[in-house]
Design a protein around this ligand. Structure first.
Ligand SMILES: Nc1nc2c(ncn2[C@@H]2O[C@H](COP(=O)(O)OP(=O)(O)O)[C@@H](O)[C@H]2O)c(=O)[nH]1
Ligand SMILES: [Mg+2]
Length: 347
């Protein structure tokens, strides 16, 4: 899963990324910097304590740290447009607002960003319409599909001109299939990070209607979070208590990226490895087996499944089995987040 961190210069994107990966992030003003970040998971920590495995493998999120944007002049705008072009394949956008900076109005900055996304998508739609209008008259095998796409693109153009995101007009999977590969920015899931100053860590910032319903807003102080990430467990707990912070916001942020993209985890355990496997919510046991290995899918017999809560309550696989908490699930079972699974297979 890939996410793009987007925001104005100095908004704190690289600092936030340093906080989530626990090390300084090298970034510059021109290139996109990529960092694979492990998703913190208490369940893995607990299971690692239980199994003492040789290794523990976390789910990951691939973060793209974009150079800071500037819309002050034409060259800033074109640079932004080029950057937008290179993030069309990401799964979600994280908008970072530097609310800690003097003179930054978080709501209006978000509105500016949203306008730029709308304009970038409008440009893409327009180019696409021009292409399709020339194409549809030719009697080719794909003519029907091109006609359908053209009608849809015209609808998208209307929406964008009325400042509505593409996500608000797509109504069916068929429509989605027609335009999916174009990577429209206003079709992607979105999250907002409000980077507040040290004194305001934990405070809420009023964003008015700059954030659409359903978009998650995480408020944190990126520089503080990156300091927290440098500390050992004990000093961190102490430091957080001093500041009155109850959770590591950077950890919550990266977990939210995971869930906003519709991912859940199933877990595998053993003396060699305790591991979280990212899958889309709604996946069946058979497809989940295929995530581990195609042989396990091919020779699937059943999924021996223990809910994470049951495991914690009863303390061991053995106890779970004895108390009837080990379920034998078939191919069509829909995996729940935190299921601990042992696939039985035969090839
Ligand atoms: N005081 C304060 N400084 C911050 C905060 N977040 C970032 N900075 C500083 O602002 C500067 C720019 O941050 P950076 O993460 O590089 O911004 P980017 O351009 O969005 O990547 C750095 O010197 C950071 O240390 C914050 O929450 N509080
Ligand atoms: Mg940066």
């Amino acid at each position: 899963m890939k996410v793009a961190l987007i925001g104005m210069m100095q908004s704190g994107k690289s600092t936030l990324l340093s906080a989530v990966c626990g090390k300084a992030v090298q970034s510059d003003m021109i290139h996109i910097h990529e960092e694979v970040v492990a998703v913190p998971d208490e369940r893995l920590d607990w299971l690692t304590g239980l199994y003492k495995p040789k290794k523990t493998v976390h789910g990951t999120v691939d973060c793209l740290d974009l150079p800071g944007l500037s819309f002050a002049d034409q060259s800033g705008r074109s640079a932004a447009r080029r950057l937008f072009g290179s993030i069309r394949t990401v799964d979600m956008l994280v908008l970072v607002v530097g609310a800690y900076l003097e003179g930054v109005d978080a709501a209006s900055e978000l509105n500016d960003l949203r306008t730029e996304f709308l304009l970038a998508d409008l440009e893409l739609v327009t180019t696409r319409i021009e292409r399709l209008e020339k194409q549809v008259h030719k009697p080719t095998k794909t003519q029907a599909q091109e006609k359908a796409e053209l009608a849809l693109q015209l609808k998208l153009q209307d929406a964008l001109e009325a400042e509505k995101p593409i996500s608000s007009v797509i109504q069916s999977d068929q429509e989605l299939d027609l335009i999916k590969s174009l990577g429209f920015l206003t079709l992607k899931p979105m999250m907002v990070v409000v980077n507040v100053s040290e004194d305001n860590a934990g405070a809420k910032v009023d964003l008015g209607d700059a954030v659409s319903e359903g978009v998650e807003v995480v408020t944190l102080c990126a520089s503080l979070e990156s300091e927290l990430a440098q500390l050992d467990e004990e000093s961190r707990v102490e430091f957080m208590a001093d500041l009155g912070l109850s959770e590591i916001a950077a950890a919550k942020f990266i977990q939210s990226c995971y869930t906003t993209c519709g991912l859940i985890s199933f877990l595998t355990v053993g003396p060699d490895e305790v591991r979280a496997w990212p899958i889309p919510a709604g996946m069946t046991a058979l497809d989940a087996a295929g995530k581990i290995h195609s042989d396990i899918k091919r020779g699937f017999i059943r999924a021996e499944t223990i809910g994470y809560k049951d495991m914690v309550e009863l303390g061991s696989e053995k106890e779970c089995k004895a108390k009837g908490k080990t379920r034998l699930e078939g191919k069509t079972y829909v995996i729940a987040d935190g299921d601990i699974i042992n696939f039985r297979f035969n090839v």
